[in-house]
Design a protein around this ligand. Sequence first.
Ligand code: G3P
Ligand code: MG
Length: 248
Amino acid sequence: MKVIAHRGYSGKFPENTMLAFKKAYKAGADEIELDVQLSKDNVPVIIHDEFIDRVADGTGFVRNYTFQELQEFNINKKFGDKHGFNTIPSFEEYLYWAKNKPITTNVELKSGNYYYNELEEKVVEMLRAYEMEKRVMFSSFNHVSLIRCKELIPEIPCGVLTLKEGLGNAGYFASKYHLEYYHPDFRGLTDEVVQNCKDYGIKLNVWTVNDVEGLQKLYDWGCDGVITNYPRLCKNWLNAKEGTETGT
Ligand code: G3P
Ligand code: MG
């Protein structure tokens, strides 16, 4: 089971910052999940919300600031000054860092609350420029964005994100649109949903699981990935588990 660091190592470091990504990598995460939006000057930037208020020392919509203006803000709402000054990374900065590392990336297109002009196109363009097409997947709550990504670059796998309520017959939906993964909220996941995905050959990455009870459940279900704020905890648990299971 793959360990996917949710917004980087966000349990301990400011979410969606280069620091959180570097720490997730050091913690042994197999993959990093990050959220992409567009700045006023159409630069793909890594931040979860459409506005900066929840995480940064500022206020307003991401789309109302140029990338240079966004660099003035410190992502310090959760941890204060403990981790120094952390900026909103550009997607390009992330790709430059990730390019030669043995880690994959789950790029979540944040197009569910505000539909940015050409977010999918800009992201794909940048992935091509950095030759990262084979080392990423897409996910989104806006399934139209995934279908657009499939038109642009069919070889990149896509994950259908849903909230706790999930999507009935998700396995069929994903397979019908050639979307390889289902990414449900753990709180709504049941044996039936898992079976429905298996019936259609759809892989499962589940968010957000931060404790061993949840990990055990995903492991027993045979899920492909756990999306977690605590990648080290998950990695340690899995290493111990697989050591036990194989008798080493
Ligand atoms: O990929 C799982 C997770 O990131 C989805 O929710 O709101 O944290 O982006 P959110
Ligand atoms: Mg996300």
